[in-house]
Every structure is written in structure tokens, then in C-alpha cells.
Write a protein that binds this ligand. Structure first.
Ligand SMILES: [Zn+2]
Length: 317
């Protein structure tokens, strides 16, 4: 009888490290999460990660000999050839030999890629773009990240640092971006940008419903506040959402014009707005994409796997 061969997927985040055992049908059959204690330093963090994997396997009676590989999705800039993390700001990591260090603890083949790349691969294998060979995932969170899948594989670029979809400029000399440049896609389409614009609008127009929704405490404004205001017919809310969708659409059109993917998936809290976000977005993208009236324009949908995307994608590196 053939033993099922398992793959291990790990998704490192600034708060938690999530790991899972994935079977040959790309189902997660066992999962575990540990806290990322950044203060411990990378050697201890990686050691804890290895111990957590061993515990998980033991708990589910899975023999390490039946596992064929480990894949890791990590935030920051990754050298996918060597498995080194060049830098990851939220982990305070610089030049961390992640694959090499983990291999000292668990002797399996180990591959590493950026976390957004892994999420894109996971969605293409088992999620909202299942069976689609050319797709792009855009994550709308604190920043704007993403992954590009070409012919079923992550597009890594020729050297580390590629596919920073959030740091393409939409507005020359526009809003300040965290990367040092001004006017990046991220500085307009992230949740952070949406909150910034909502706060500004609330300050400028104290009669706006936004001020009521946050009980006149602007620090309570989150990414959902302007959507809620717009839904209730508030003019300021509607204007913020219209502008947000315009910027998001313009960024997506650039991506479509370059890659012409079959599908675009959106993930992150803002993507949960569903049709209120996606329907007007689709219309705008279709209208302004190059030859959008003649050639197929990528369908835009919400990603479906949530946190599992990163684990499944990493396991398939
Ligand atoms: Zn930037």
C-alpha cells in the first residue's frame, strides 16, 4: 500500500506563525498556530517553529518520514533561491538564513517565498482561482501586497524584490508611501490609506455621518466606517468610497495591462465588502483596461481561503 505523502506549509506573520500539514488533495489535515515573539531573535523563533511542527505531527500521529517537504511563506524580501530573508521589517529580521536554520532542526527539503506569493499560489491551487493558471492576488491590508501566478507557478522575478505590486506609482508626487516614494498604489488602496482619507473628510466636514459613526472620536474610524456611511447615503462617505474604488481600479488596470491574468482575487478586510466594492470596481476596470471592450478582462473576485491560502501555497512551493 502506498503511504500518503504529506507536505508541511508554514505562514510566518508578525503576530502568529501558522502551520499546517497538507495532504495530496491539498487539504489541510492538521493545523497549529504559535505566537511570533519577535524579541526572541530568529534562532529561537525558528527552533520554536520546528518544535511546534514536531508536536503537530506527533499529535496527529503523522510520521515525519511520510512528509516530503516544508514550504514557508514569510513577509518581507525573500531570496527564494537560498531561502534567506533579506529583510522583514515587522520581524526585525535582516539576512536571516531561514531555510538553513530550520533544516538544522528538521531535515527535509525547505523552500521559502514571500507570504503574499504563497497566498496567491494557495488560492490558485485550492481557492478562489482553483484551476486558473494565470492569476493575481492583491491583498488590501495595512499595505497593498500581492502575488502573481504565471503558468501555475509563482512569478518571483530574476532576483529578490520583484512583484511589489503596491509600490507602483499611481499619482506622481502624490501621498507619501512607507517605501520612501510618493503616490504609490499602496498609498491610495490600502486600508491605511482609506482610513486616512476618511479621517480627513470627517475633520473637514463635521456634519458628515462619519463623525456620528465613530462617536466623534476619529481614532475609532476603521476601514469599514466609510463603507457604512456610504451605505447610509452620506455624501462624504459616498465620495470617499468612489475615490477609493477609482484608485484601486486604476492600480488593477495597470496589473491587468501588464499580465492579462484570467482572474484577479482580492483579499484582506476591505475585500469583505463584497458587491459594494467589487461591482463598481469591475465596471471601472472593464471600461479602462486596454482593449477592454474587445478582449477578455480578468474577472475580479474575493479570495476564498483566508488564512489557509498561505499554508496551502507554502506547502506547494
Ligand atoms: Zn511605495
Amino acid at each position: 500500500m502506498n503511504e500518503v505523502k504529506y507536505k508541511i506549509g508554514i505562514d510566518i506573520g508578525g503576530t502568529n506563525i501558522k502551520m499546517g500539514v497538507v495532504n495530496d488533495k491539498n487539504e489541510i489535515i492538521a493545523k497549529k498556530s504559535i505566537k511570533t515573539d519577535v524579541k526572541l531573535g530568529y534562532i529561537k523563533i525558528i527552533k520554536n517553529m520546528a518544535n511546534a511542527i514536531k508536536e503537530l505531527l506527533y499529535l496527529h500521529k503523522i510520521d515525519l518520514n511520510n512528509c516530503i517537504s516544508i514550504g514557508i511563506g514569510c513577509p518581507g524580501t525573500v531570496n527564494f533561491k537560498t531561502g534567506e530573508i533579506l529583510f522583514a521589517a515587522n520581524l526585525l529580521w535582516e539576512g536571516v538564513p531561514l531555510a538553513e536554520e530550520l533544516k538544522k532542526n528538521i531535515d527535509l527539503p525547505i523552500k521559502v517565498s514571500n507570504d503574499a506569493n504563497c497566498a496567491a499560489l494557495g488560492e490558485a491551487i485550492a481557492g478562489g482561482a482553483k484551476g486558473v493558471h494565470n492569476m493575481v492576488l492583491i491583498t488590501l491590508g495595512t499595505g497593498v501586497g500581492g502575488g502573481v501566478i504565471i503558468d501555475g507557478k509563482i512569478y518571483e522575478g530574476g532576483s529578490p524584490g520583484g512583484v511589489e505590486l503596491g509600490h507602483t506609482v499611481l499619482v506622481v508626487d502624490g501621498e507619501q508611501c512607507t517605501c520612501g516614494r510618493k503616490g504609490c498604489f499602496e498609498a491610495y488602496a490600502s486600508a491605511t490609506a482609506l482610513i486616512r482619507d476618511t479621517k480627513r473628510a470627517a475633520e473637514k466636514n463635521p456634519n458628515s455621518l462619519i463623525n456620528e459613526l465613530c462617536s466623534k472620536n476619529l481614532s475609532k474610524i476603521n476601514g469599514l466606517t466609510p463603507f457604512e456611511a456610504a451605505r447610509l447615503g452620506d455624501e462624504e462617505g459616498i465620495a470617499i468610497i468612489d475615490r477609493y474604488i477609482m484608485h484601486l481600479a486604476e492600480g488593477i488596470i495597470d496589473i491587468v495591462n501588464i499580465f492579462r491574468p484570467e482572474k484577479i482575487l482580492l483579499s484582506g478586510g476591505i475585500a469583505n465588502q463584497g458587491d459594494a466594492l467589487i461591482e463598481p470596481l469591475k465596471k471601472y476596470v472593464k471600461k479602462y483596461t486596454f482593449a477592454g471592450d474587445k478582449i477578455h478582462v480578468a474577472d475580479i473576485k474575493q479570495a476564498t481561503l483566508g488564512n489557509d491560502a498561505g499554508i496551502i501555497g507554502a506547502a506547494n512551493l
